[in-house]
Design a protein around this ligand. Structure first.
Ligand code: NAP
Ligand code: GCO
Length: 268
């Protein structure tokens, strides 16, 4: 098939982005809408869903929002059936919903650890398991998992999150292995440090007006010398959801401004 820019189009596709009332999920869903996809999203409560619907409407996007906790398998199963009935079979799934807890490991309870694993790893498993049968019936499908720098690197206080995101990288490879022959491509996006509500505590201006030490650290560790924005992820997310990536499978595309390639700037 000769190349055409049409390969990047998502026209007529149904895209489900989990946890997409705001943040990275919202940015990815907005880019998908601009590329022609019908947008479906869920979030943890009606207030967030309504907030998301208003935000999509403001951008001229007629999204469909549902309340669904990605860790609740019966609720996910009925949510996916409802979408398939009301909107159509899901062509693109973005497992975006996630949380982080920044607690030193020795101070983290097993319950807190389990909660992060449940949302960030079990959730993508549960939602993918509910969506894949419909993709098999369609003879095609795209699954994109929001991995992380912590799919590759550890750091203090994020043991549960790193374990979950490392596991999510391997779940990505395993979905590729099990369903590649059903023409399903499952890839990850590994954002670097992105300025969203999730990382706001790491960027707070200090009482003395200086930048947060972690903020300065990330700037020194990133060749691009800046935090990423959710918009930096839109192009790679459209690529992985489109026909242009039909022979890309089981990969994690790091969108990190070069962090993983760089030892970091020598402190002055
Ligand atoms: P965010 O601002 O915290 O948004 C996450 C969304 O997921 C929120 O709407 C959240 O709702 C929702 N959510 C949480 N638990 C849920 C559940 N059980 N069921 C359904 N929805 C749920 O995060 P973000 O910065 O946009 O990040 C999005 C994804 O990218 C996450 O998987 C994150 O780990 C990953 N990521 C982020 C960065 C970064 O630097 N920001 C970098 C790499 C990877 P609530 O408001 O109720 O929590
Ligand atoms: C942290 C940050 C990171 C980012 C992201 C980096 O506390 O280290 O929250 O985990 O969210 O995952 O890729």
């Amino acid at each position: 098939m000769s190349f055409s820019m049409e390969q990047f189009s998502l026209k007529g596709k149904v895209a489900l982005v989990t946890g997409a009332s705001y943040g990275i999920g919202f940015a990815i869903a907005s880019a998908y809408a601009q590329s022609g996809a019908k947008i479906v999203f869920n979030d943890i409560n009606q207030e967030l869903v309504d907030q998301g619907l208003a935000a999509y409407k403001e951008k001229g996007i007629e999204a469909r929002g549902y309340v669904c906790d990605v860790t609740d398998e019966p609720s996910v199963q009925s949510f996916i059936k409802q979408v398939e009935t009301e909107v159509g079979g899901i062509d693109i799934l973005v497992n975006n919903a996630g949380i982080i807890k920044r607690v030193p490991m020795l101070e983290m309870s097993a319950e807190e650890f389990r909660q992060v694993i449940d949302i960030d790893l079990n959730g993508p498993f549960i939602v993918s398991k509910a969506v894949i049968p419909g993709m098999i019936k369609k003879g095609q499908g795209k699954i994109i998992n929001l991995c992380s720098m912590m799919s590759e690197l550890g750091r203090e206080t994020v043991s549960a999150y790193a374990a979950a995101k490392g596991g999510l990288k391997m779940l990505t490879k395993n979905i590729c292995a099990e369903y590649g022959d059903a023409n399903i491509q499952c890839n990850g996006i590994g954002p670097g440090y992105i300025a969203t509500p999730q990382t706001a505590p790491l960027r707070e201006t200090q009482a003395d007006g200086t930048r947060h030490p972690f903020d300065q650290f990330i700037i020194s560790k990133t060749p691009a010398a800046r935090w990423g924005t959710a918009e930096d992820l839109q192009g790679p997310a459209v690529f992985l959801a489109s026909e242009a990536s039909n022979f890309v499978n089981g990969q994690v595309v790091y969108v990190d401004g070069g962090i993983l390639a760089y030892i970091g700037k020598q402190p002055e």
